[in-house]
Design a protein around this ligand. Sequence first.
Ligand code: DX5
Ligand code: ZN
Length: 227
Amino acid sequence: MQTPWIAPSILSADFARLGEEVDAVLKAGAQVIHFDVMDNHYVPNLTIGPPICEALRKYGVEAPIDVHLMVRPVDRIVPDFAAAGATFISFHPEATEHVDRTIELIREHGCKPGLVFNPATPLDYLDYTLEKLDMVLLMSVNPGFGGQKFIPSALRKLAEVRKRIDAIDRPVRLEIDGGVKVDNIQAIARAGADTFVAGSAIFGSKDYAKTIREMHVQIEAAKGPAK
Ligand code: DX5
Ligand code: ZN
């Protein structure tokens, strides 16, 4: 298990002040910035692309940027995100023709590949890919919007992926995305996640540092007995 990371999703940030918002969550204790890319095609919403990622790098953001691609096709946009300063690039296997080729493409461009599983997507895609990944991202909502409710079956799925990751000899982050809050993050950590995306829970709170601190306290508590 790797050190826990809180990954604020900038989908819920104030886009008119994006640089300041990113600085604020990093100063507040976040380890990585979650960057949601939606294309109004693979998902019914439209967000941000490589120029915004590049703008954050030019603004001075040095933290890892965790790009979550909710786009189809995937391969066309990978080199652009690599050039724009992405650290991780995760994609949905249903959205690409050749999953292995897309993983290789991300790696060739110097980024860390991740595979994303929708709530109803079985884990079979991991059978021949896990050894090549730096991240497995489990969706605990259907992709497309912030502020949705956590789908409880994600806990069972997390536990399954945790077992698979622990069985291989390389570090792979296990990330959860959707409906993560202070009051459910302990159960999520207990199920095996080590990277926690939170959009509305952080950017919707008044005090980012307090929220992130409380999340870390709950993650730490997950190491002890369940209450
Ligand atoms: C949903 C996105 C999430 C979203 C999470 O498609 O992938 O990253 O921003 O938002 P919350 O934490 O509000 O559920
Ligand atoms: Zn996301």
